[in-house]
Design a protein around this ligand. Structure first.
Ligand SMILES: O=P([O-])(O)O[C@H]1O[C@H](COP(=O)(O)O)[C@@H](O)[C@H](O)[C@H]1O
Ligand SMILES: [Mg+2]
Length: 550
């Protein structure tokens, strides 16, 4: 919520904040900012810090570390934990809260604060033994019968950010109305000094980690294991888990990108620690090229996403999330997996086509794994943002470790037949048409630019995009029978193409998701369809960019 503040209110809020902040560092930081304003300096920085509070977005709270309610810090985390504790008590939830954390700045401190607030509220707290992947936390919630889970992570965001993912006892991240129920109770938390603090809870031993490794390793079949794998955890926490799981499943140890092997909150070798960002996978692909490896796999820093790259005639290329999503779906369908297949409205429509062809139920949700994770009867869910859930029984969230293992499993099976993952993708294109997707993602410094772009699109709906007629425009903010309201626009285009435009819920970005479908003529081959699709995507991209004015 954004409230207009007068300068006097602002100064008073800052002083009140300093008075209750238990963190020496953020206290000193805000004192400095305040002193500069009091000395007549610009108050823009101070105003921004107090311009509302961090809110639950696509994946919990997320924001820059720093002092003030609009930043991630010990005050905000303590209040969030107290609000969650109140929600759990009010809703009669039973069982402990398990708390995980990644290796970012202060993640361990925020995790400990959360544990102390939980025990202070009379709720048992279990703390993960060390910085570990997000999916391990999601696993622990179900495995240990917890009432809720908290993961302190900002995933793939820049180094100066941190975040707070909240899960309930079903192991899925919170959605409405639980998020607003928790937010109301956070807002109602009184002075910090009145929030009772207990012990740090129980620190779990390695048993939970080993159980997870065995469970994940057990997902792979007993197929061929000859595969030369290059892996990078992108300076995050996936490293030991992935190596251990691959080896338990019978693969040789992957070649790990040495510069990115160990957790480092500064993420020194990448501009953004996000495998979706250009350049993030360069070191991994260079290592693979050097050794003539078969496959590159990567996780984002909290290891709930999995990226992959494959060799081709023009060098290594990254697979899109939609391609990995289709490959894993194919593997599961081939293995006879029953149940519902699900993805989001911004992901490729290929999954729906594959599910229908195989006679499986199919569901589309809003963006975010918090929605996919709670699909009833879920057998497999994925989203284009490199997120995959291949074992919903144990992990009701995306899991970059299990997805990575199953992808290696599939690649090794293909290799044993003298084929590659690209050959499998070609099979799918021949069977269902080439579904090509791309994303136009524009990072802004001023969030108002995103609102302005959405307004322009609403005011002047394009009649065609990339030469394809716009057959229907859905304003997603109105909601529908199948989907709760969310800020976004969907353009249904001729020939099976579509564009969705929405503001990111985790970063200051406007995202446009593009898909075109091109039939494959077996005589011309899949590559001809790929070239045609790339041209179409370019044309659609140019038009939506112009229409949005970004
Ligand atoms: O940060 P992660 O890896 O948890 O990923 C989070 O953010 C992604 C991007 O969301 P948005 O487009 O709103 O920025 C979501 O797709 C994902 O489900 C969510 O968990
Ligand atoms: Mg992540």
């Amino acid at each position: 919520m954004t409230t207009a503040v007068t300068p006097d209110d602002l100064l008073a809020s800052a002083r009140a904040w300093i008075a209750e902040d238990p963190d020496e560092q953020t206290r000193a930081e805000l004192e400095q900012v305040l002193a500069a304003v009091e000395a007549g300096g610009d108050d823009a920085d101070l105003a921004d810090r107090f311009d509302g509070t961090l809110e639950f977005g696509t994946a919990g709270l997320r924001g820059a570390l720093g002092a003030g309610p609009n930043r991630m810090n010990r005050v905000v985390v303590t209040r969030a934990a107290a609000g969650l504790a109140a929600y759990l008590k009010d809703t009669g939830a039973r069982g402990p809260v398990v708390i995980g954390y990644d290796a970012r700045h202060n993640s361990d401190v925020f995790a400990r604060d959360t544990a102390e607030v939980m025990t202070g509220a009379g709720i048992p707290a279990l703390l993960m033994p060390r910085p570990l992947p997000t999916p391990l936390l999601a696993f622990a919630i179900r495995e240990l019968g917890c009432a809720a889970g908290v993961m302190v992570t900002a995933s793939h965001n820049p180094p100066q950010d941190n975040g707070y993912k909240v899960y309930l006892g079903d192991g899925s991240q919170i959605v409405p109305p639980a998020d607003s129920g928790i937010a109301e109770r956070i807002a109602a938390v009184g002075p910090l000094a009145d929030v009772p603090r207990g012990t740090g809870g129980k620190v779990l031993d390695e048993t939970i980690v080993d159980t997870y490794y065995d469970t994940v390793a057990g997902l792979a079949g007993d197929g061929p294991r000859d595969l030369d794998i290059v892996y990078t955890p992108l300076h995050g926490v996936g490293g030991t888990s992935v190596v251990q799981v691959l080896e338990t499943a019978g693969f040789s140890a992957p070649r790990v990108v040495a510069e990115q092997e160990h957790p480092d909150p500064a993420f020194p070798t990448v501009a953004f620690p996000n495998p979706e960002e250009p350049g993030a996978m360069d070191l991994a692909m260079a290592l693979a090229e050097k050794h003539g490896a078969d496959l590159v796999v990567a996780n984002d820093p909290d290891a709930d996403r999995c990226a992959a790259a494959v060799p081709g005639p023009h060098g290594w290329r990254m697979l899109r999330g939609d391609e990995v999503g289709a490959l894993l779906a194919h593997a599961l369908l081939e293995a006879g997996t029953e149940g519902t297949f699900a993805t989001t409205i911004v992901s490729s429509s290929l999954l729906g086509t594959m599910a229908r062809a195989a006679g499986r139920p199919y569901v589309e949700t809003l963006t975010g794994f918090k929605w996919i994770g709670r699909v009833e009867g879920l057998a497999y869910g994925y989203e284009e943002a490199l997120g995959y859930c291949v074992d919903p029984e144990h992990v009701r969230d995306k899991d970059g470790v299990s997805a990575l293992l199953l992808l290696c499993d599939l690649a090794a099976a293909a290799k044993a037949e003298g084929r590659t993952l690209v050959d499998v993708l070609d099979d799918l294109a021949l069977a269902h048409g080439l579904h090509a997707t791309d994303q136009l993602s524009v990072r802004v410094t001023d969030l108002a630019e995103i609102g302005a772009a959405m307004e322009r699109l609403r005011a002047a709906p394009p009649a065609t995009l990339g030469g394809l007629a716009v057959e229907r425009v859905d304003d997603l903010s109105l909601g529908s029978a199948d989907l709760p309201p969310t800020d976004g626009l969907r353009y249904v285009l001729a020939e099976g193409a579509r564009v969705v435009v929405r503001p990111s819920g985790t970063e200051p970005k406007l995202k446009c998701y593009l898909e075109v479908v091109v039939p494959v003529n077996p005589e011309d081959g899949v590559d001809a369809a790929r070239i045609a699709a790339a041209g179409r995507l370019d044309a659609v991209r140019g038009d939506i960019q112009a229409a949005a004015g970004i």
